[in-house]
Write a protein that binds this ligand. Structure first.
Ligand code: HEC
Ligand code: HEC
Ligand code: HEC
Ligand code: HEC
Length: 347
């Protein structure tokens, strides 16, 4: 699929260079002190997947919450659904969990020697990145005896930066996790939609309302005792970051379109709708990065078989989205407070 391209990693790296002066997998120590300035790879590398059991011993409450969601359940329910069987029949898929593209979005795969095995539905690592290289980094406060409370700010920054450099989609930069959602929820697969009859993605996906209901698992700050709501400032940032990610991934889907039917038309419409939303927010916010995003968007034509130019624009939106989440504060977004979905709308 297009979003797994090597090219992307390079261009993200170039963008990060703008932000942090240095980039590259081996330059952990030269990464900026601000861990929100980041790069990451969109692949969920099965070689590096550990599985949700490896998180549970320290994140029991998060795991319990996740187990109540369709992300967990799809492992057990998908292959039993009539609609899923119909899609598989149209695509000639014999087994959902081995030889299908369903695994990209419905399952988490782990590499066992030459074999790929399904270990879970949509799991922690689908959203936070495969954990092999960061699991022992993200929780390391330094010397024993140091706790979350006594860790220095400098050490915290270093720890977060290193975890991200090792592939963690740490919610400290909210665009990192926003991308995870839209990667799947835009369903950027033409054949799956046009031939298989799969839905064209979650057209009403909006980051605040879709992440703060059943999906929310904010237990870290209370040591697992309470699932706290994110602050209004953070929700504003999420709201705008979600719009930007919607634009990025609708553009990626549009870039993959070769036929003037359901898939291509829906993707292009979705991209143009996302741009309209950003425009409308920008009329209140006047944020230079949103202007840049709209300019980049306006420079490309959303026509069929226009993969390279549209992908290039999506890459630029991507860089700007990461930068937006790294540099803009929710306090500066109060002009759109009235548009943030209220609790009654949280899924
Ligand atoms: C040995 C215990 C331990 C294990 C295992 C563990 N974590 Fe954590 N995790 C922590 C601690 C402690 C924190 C809080 C760090 C802090 O204070 O910022 C944390 C924080 C996080 C955060 C919040 C971001 C951050 O850095 O503060 C995410 C996301 C996360 N863990 C995901 C995972 C996932 C996914 C797994 C399994 C692949 C996992 N963790 C396994 C201990 C663990
Ligand atoms: C690019 C990501 C992606 C791929 C690949 C994908 N799906 Fe999905 N699928 C989704 C998302 C996201 C949803 C939830 C859409 C919604 O309702 O908002 C979904 C929903 C579904 C549903 C409806 C679930 C329900 O609750 O009724 C079925 C059935 C389904 N997918 C079957 C399949 C099959 C079969 C395959 C493989 C041939 C597949 N999907 C591949 C992303 C994907
Ligand atoms: C690896 C792919 C993937 C990722 C990443 C992902 N989702 Fe999903 N999501 C799905 C699929 C597939 C379904 C439908 C599962 C089913 O019904 O079988 C789904 C369902 C949901 C649902 C339930 C929808 C309903 O109407 O019941 C919510 C809410 C949701 N996702 C929110 C999110 C959010 C928020 C994020 C990012 C923080 C996210 N998802 C990331 C694949 C993904
Ligand atoms: C559907 C995508 C998705 C899945 C699956 C997911 N997370 Fe998260 N996670 C997020 C998002 C988005 C946030 C940030 C939410 C916010 O700020 O309100 C987050 C935040 C966190 C945090 C920090 C919460 C805090 O208190 O600040 C931890 C820890 C965490 N996740 C661990 C896990 C673990 C462990 C699993 C698996 C059991 C998991 N996540 C599964 C998307 C996901």
């Amino acid at each position: 699929m297009t979003y797994n391209s090597k090219r992307r990693a390079v261009s993200i790296c170039a963008a990060v260079a703008v932000l942090v002066a240095a980039c590259g997998a081996n330059s952990v120590n030269s990464i900026s002190a601000d861990p929100r300035n980041v790069t990451w790879d969109l692949n969920v590398d099965a070689q590096k997947v550990l599985g949700p059991e490896s998180c549970e011993k320290c994140h029991a409450a998060e795991t319990q919450t996740w187990k109540q969601t369709p992300h967990f359940e799809t492992l057990h329910t998908l292959h039993r659904k009539k609609e899923a069987q119909a899609i598989a029949a149209k695509l000639g898929i014999a087994s959902f969990k081995t030889d299908s593209n369903c695994i990209q979005c419905h399952y988490t795969m782990q590499q066992h020697g030459p074999a790929l095995e399904v270990v879970s539905g949509v799991s922690c690592e689908s959203c936070h990145g495969p954990a092999k290289d960061w699991i022992n980094v993200h929780n390391n406060y330094g010397d024993s005896g140091i706790t979350r409370a006594s860790e220095t700010n400098e050490h915290r920054r270093q720890r977060l930066s290193e975890s991200i450099a090792a592939g963690m989609r740490n919610p400290i930069n909210v665009y990192l996790v926003a991308q995870s959602c839209y990667r799947c929820h835009t369903v950027p697969d033409e054949k799956l939609v046009n031939v298989g009859g799969h839905s064209e993605g979650s057209l009403d996906f909006e980051l605040v309302s879709w992440s703060q209901g059943m999906v929310r698992h904010n237990f870290v700050r209370t040591d697992g005792k309470a699932n706290i709501e994110s602050s209004p400032e953070r929700l504003r940032l999420m709201f705008v970051a979600g719009m930007i990610a919607d634009l990025e991934f609708s553009l990626r889907a549009t870039a993959a379109a070769t036929e003037k039917t359901t898939f291509g038309l829906t993707a292009a419409k979705r991209a143009s709708r996302a741009a309209e939303r950003i425009k409308s927010a920008q009329s209140k916010l006047e944020q230079p990065l949103l202007d840049e995003i709209l300019k980049v968007y306006a420079s490309v034509s959303l026509k069929l078989n226009n993969r390279a130019p549209i992908t290039e624009v999506a890459d630029q939106v991507h860089r700007l989205g990461l930068k937006f989440a790294a540099t803009v504060r929710g306090e500066d977004l109060s002009a759109i407070e009235q548009f943030i979905p209220p609790k009654s709308k949280w899924k």
